[in-house]
Design a protein around this ligand. Sequence first.
Ligand SMILES: Cc1cc2nc3c(=O)[nH]c(=O)nc-3n(C[C@H](O)[C@H](O)[C@H](O)COP(=O)(O)OP(=O)(O)OC[C@H]3O[C@@H](n4cnc5c(N)ncnc54)[C@H](O)[C@@H]3O)c2cc1C
Length: 421
Amino acid sequence: MDALTLDRTDAPIFDAKAFRLTPFEADLTARARDFGARVLAPRAAHWDRHAAFPMDNYRDMHAEGLLGICIPAEEGGLGAGFRAYCLTAAELGRHCGATALTWNMHVCSTLWTGVLTEDLEMDEATRAEHRRRRRLHYDRILQGGAIYSQPFSEGGAAAAGAAAFGTTAKRVPGGFVINGKKIFASLAGHADQYGILCTEVHEGEKLSRRDTLYLGVPATAPGVSVEGEWDPLGMRGTVSRNLIFRDVFVPEDAALMPAGLYFQAASRWPHMFLTLSPTYMGLAQAAYDFCVRYLRGEVPGMPPVKRRMYPTKQIAVAQMRILLEQTKALWFQAITEAGPDPSKDQVLRALAAQHVVMENANAIATLAIRTCGGQSMLKSLPLERIYRDSRCGALMLPWTAELCVDRIGRDALYEKGETDA
Ligand SMILES: Cc1cc2nc3c(=O)[nH]c(=O)nc-3n(C[C@H](O)[C@H](O)[C@H](O)COP(=O)(O)OP(=O)(O)OC[C@H]3O[C@@H](n4cnc5c(N)ncnc54)[C@H](O)[C@@H]3O)c2cc1C
C-alpha cells in the first residue's frame, strides 16, 4: 500500500514519526487502531440502534488488556501514562464513540488512582495504605474483568466544581453509609463498581468540597438502584441512567483515593478533566475520513460514484481538514504537557483544547453531512451516528464548552484574587 492510499484509509490519527510518539505509544495506538476497526466498528450501529451497553466489547477489551491500560505495569497493567492513554482512546473513539466514552469512565478510576496520585502529596503511611487499597480495585479489574464507572453528576452545581456533592458519606464503624442520587450515570446497570464522588458529612458543619470522597460502590450493594429511561439523541450505548443510593454501606477499603486527595487532584492536576476529549478527537477524525471516502466513491456498500470534482466539495473538505489539523495540534500539545501544577497558560490551553475538540468534532460532522448529501445521513452509514454522538461532547461537565469559555475569559483578564472593587 503506498503512502497516499494509506492516508485515505485508517492511517493513525497521530502518525508515530510525525508526532514523535514513544515506541510504547506507537505500539499501543497501532493495537487500538486494529482493535477498533476489527472489533468495535462492526458492532457500533447495534449499540446505538438499541441504546444498549456494549458488553461484548468490554469482554474483548478485557482479553486485550485494555481494561488495565492505566494500571501501573508493576501492578500488572499496561502502564500507560496520560498521553499514551489519550492517544489510544482517540483511536477507539473513531470506531465507537459510546464504547470509548464509557471506557474512559472506567480507565479514569485507574489513571486517577495510579499515575496521577503519584504526583500528589500524602504522608508515607497514607501512600502505603492508598497503594494497598487501589491494588484491591486493580485486581478485580485485571483478574475478574470488573468494570468501573464514574457517576459524578447530580444536576446541581457540584459536577461543575462549584459546590460540594449532595451525595453524602457518613462515617460508621468499618466504613461509610452513602445516600444520594446521581444523574447521567454512564454504565448504570452494567458496571460492577460505581466510582462515585460524594461529600463526607461532619456533624454540625456545612458540606465542603474539601471533604469530597472518591469511593467504589459495588453495583450489588444493598440500597443501590438504577432508575429512569434512556433514549437520548447520541452516545446511546453509554446507558447513562440515574443511580440511587439509599443507606448503602461500603467498607473503608472502598476508597479509591484517601480523604482529601480528590480535592488536591482537582486543584493540582486539572488536566484530569481533559480525559473526556479523546473520544471526540476520534469522532472528529472519523467524520473527516468518512467524507473523503464518500466523495471519492470508496464507502463500502455504496455505488462507486465520485463526487470529488465539484469545487464546492473541495472547499468544504479543505475547511474540514483545517478544522481537523487545528484540533489535532492544540489537543496534542495539551495532552503532552499534562502534569501536576501546570502554569496558568497551560490550564488555559487545556480548556481551549477541550472546547476546540468538543465543538470541532460536531462542526466537522455537520460539514460532512452537508457536503456528502442526503444519502450520507442514512442509518445504514456511520456518519449520522458520528454526528449525533459528537453533539454530546460539549455538554460534559465539568468542562462543558460554555464553562471553558467562561473560565478562559475570566482567567485571561484577572489574576488570582484580583477584583474591580
Ligand atoms: C452521553 C452522556 C454521558 C454522560 N455520562 C456521565 C457520567 O458517566 N458521569 C457523570 O458524572 N456525568 C455524565 N454525564 C453528565 C454530564 O457530565 C453533565 O453533568 C450533564 O450533561 C449536565 O446536564 P444538565 O442538563 O444537568 O446540565 P446543567 O447542570 O443544567 O447545565 C447546563 C449547562 O449550563 C452550564 N453550567 C452548568 N453549571 C454552570 C455554572 N456553575 N456556571 C455557569 N454555567 C454552568 C453548562 O454549560 C451546562 O452545559 C453524561 C452526559 C451525557 C450527555
